[in-house]
Design a protein around this ligand. Structure first.
Ligand SMILES: NC(=O)c1ccc[n+]([C@@H]2O[C@H](COP(=O)([O-])OP(=O)(O)OC[C@H]3O[C@@H](n4cnc5c(N)ncnc54)[C@H](OP(=O)(O)O)[C@@H]3O)[C@@H](O)[C@H]2O)c1
Length: 280
């Protein structure tokens, strides 16, 4: 599995598993827990969740899946997110404690501000740093922050401690390439691409399907390989189906040529000007 390097030198898998829409229905529980465990076996050790997903149900599912008494938990790099309305100095700490309980663990590897809300970034950062010092989170970062927000974050005390910005990024939504992605790469902040399959919309794109077939890949593999070829980019596709997870895990093995990239640029145009960051 391809890896990415954190500022401490620690490495994380370039491909992880998303859990949005998991933990919502009791009848899917067994399949979803199996998917989380399979992702780890396949080397997709970044598991992305949030207090928002299924109202804490996704965190509970992840906690249950990993607490089987073996070393599963230690192999996972858990990512969770705090709601902006909980992101005051004290609110971040309280929300994290609740997430830790649902996740049945004593630390979260990476804790993100889900999107920007009413609290000043300095307050949220102070809460994150307190959690980091207490060993309750190992790293912190942000999500859905555009370039001007990142620049503002860099101006607050310890704001440059963010290691990740998780943003909407896939072949069909390439706006970040104009200025945000280069800025993140320059400042050694990993870009975590969410909805890397554009919530399955890419799967019905005819041109992508044709190109993937010619290359002996599936559309999802081509979409993920395109993201993963870039320095500092992590992709977190979601599926609860084992055959799809196996497909995802192989995506990083495919190399794309300059001709392939040109063909993809013709199918999915790169941005020609600065665009506001899209989010779901
Ligand atoms: N920070 C944020 O604001 C934010 C926002 C959105 C998402 N996220 C994170 O990013 C993760 C991934 O994004 P996402 O879940 O929005 O979208 P995604 O990963 O782009 O797409 C997931 C959807 O595609 C389907 N799918 C996967 N492979 C497929 C295939 N081969 N053929 C047809 N359908 C396929 C999945 O269904 P099955 O499960 O049935 O396979 C699922 O419905 C989320 O789960 C979440 O952890 C973060």
């Amino acid at each position: 599995m391809k890896a990415r390097v954190l500022p401490t030198g620690e490495t994380v898998s370039a491909l992880g598993l998303g859990t949005w829409r998991m933990g919502e229905r009791r009848e899917n529980r067994v399949q979803e827990m199996a998917a989380i465990r399979l992702a780890l076996d396949l080397g997709m050790t970044v598991i992305d969740t949030a207090e928002m997903y299924a109202d804490g149900g996704a965190e509970e599912l992840v906690g249950h899946a990993l607490s089987d008494g073996t070393s599963l938990r230690d192999r996972a790099f858990l990512v969770s997110k705090v709601y902006p309305q909980n992101a005051s100095r004290a609110g971040v700490v309280a929300a994290c404690e609740r997430s830790l309980r649902r996740l049945r663990t004593d630390r979260i590897e990476l804790y993100l501000l889900h999107w920007r809300g009413q609290y000043p970034l300095a307050e949220t950062v102070a809460g994150f740093e307190a959690l980091r010092r207490a060993g309750k989170i190992r790293y912190w970062g942000v999500s859905n922050l555009d370039l001007s927000d990142m620049q503002e974050l860099w101006g607050v005390p310890q704001g440059s401690g963010a290691v990740v910005n998780q943003v909407l990024y896939n072949l069909g939504r390439r706006g970040v390439e104009w200025d945000l992605l280069p800025w993140l790469q320059k400042h050694q902040v990993l870009t975590m691409a969410y909805s890397p399959l554009d919530q399955a919309r890419l799967m019905t794109h005819e041109g992508l399907g044709k190109m993937a077939q010619e290359k002996g890949m599936t559309s999802s593999q081509l979409a993920l390989a395109w993201l993963l070829r870039q320095a500092g980019v992590i992709a977190i596709p979601k599926s609860a189906r084992p055959e799809r997870l196996r497909e995802f895990a192989k995506a990083a093995e495919f190399a794309l040529s300059v001709q392939d990239l040109g063909q993809l640029d013709r199918l999915f145009s790169p941005p020609e000007r600065a665009l506001p960051l899209e989010m779901l």
